[in-house]
Design a protein around this ligand. Structure first.
Ligand code: IDP
Ligand code: MG
Length: 139
């Protein structure tokens, strides 16, 4: 067990639905510590950079348009095995297959409108955290 940090995003669908507070409550109830938090909005070119790993995928254009369509809430979560812990709490990518105790199960609508993002590996978190937060904003 390693103490890790991971990037979490509340995506535009969940922010617009007013689900941010409930999602933050689930995160804290799960024992993950919020060490940085900010509401922001990214431009399409920033979404394209953030999701560059998916640029060959058919859904890339739709994904970048969605992620830049409205405000998001970015956060850094810390805890034991935080990357997997947050991915487990999020649930699977396809919200329709997510369990009732997961964020996507409660607040996601589909495979694309799925409420939240989480880094998928330590190397990913190391790139995604500084994408949103300068070091001095991390508690
Ligand atoms: P993840 O968010 O669970 O890590 P990824 O495979 O990394 O899932 O995909 C990134 C995001 O792209 C997803 O969260 C979702 O918003 C969108 N996405 C993934 N697969 C599809 C798809 O098949 N159709 C439409 N959008 C998708
Ligand atoms: Mg991913």
């Amino acid at each position: 067990m390693t103490v890790q940090r991971t990037l979490g995003l509340v995506k535009p669908d969940a922010v617009a639905a007013g689900s941010t507070g409930a999602i933050l409550a689930m995160i804290q109830a799960a024992g993950l510590k919020i060490v940085a938090l900010r509401m922001t909005r990214i431009a399409a070119v920033e979404a394209e950079a953030f999701y560059a790993v998916h640029k060959e995928r058919g859904f890339y254009g739709e994904l970048c348009a969605f992620m830049s369509s409205g405000p998001i809430v970015a956060m850094v979560l810390e805890g034991p095995d935080a990357i997997v812990a947050w991915r487990n709490l999020m649930g699977p990518t396809d919200s329709t297959k997510a369990g009732p105790d997961t964020v996507r199960g409660r607040y996601g609508a589909s495979v694309s409108l799925n409420a939240v993002h989480g880094s998928d590996a330590p190397e990913t978190a190391a790139v995604e955290i500084p994408f949103f937060f300068p070091a001095r904003e991390l508690i």
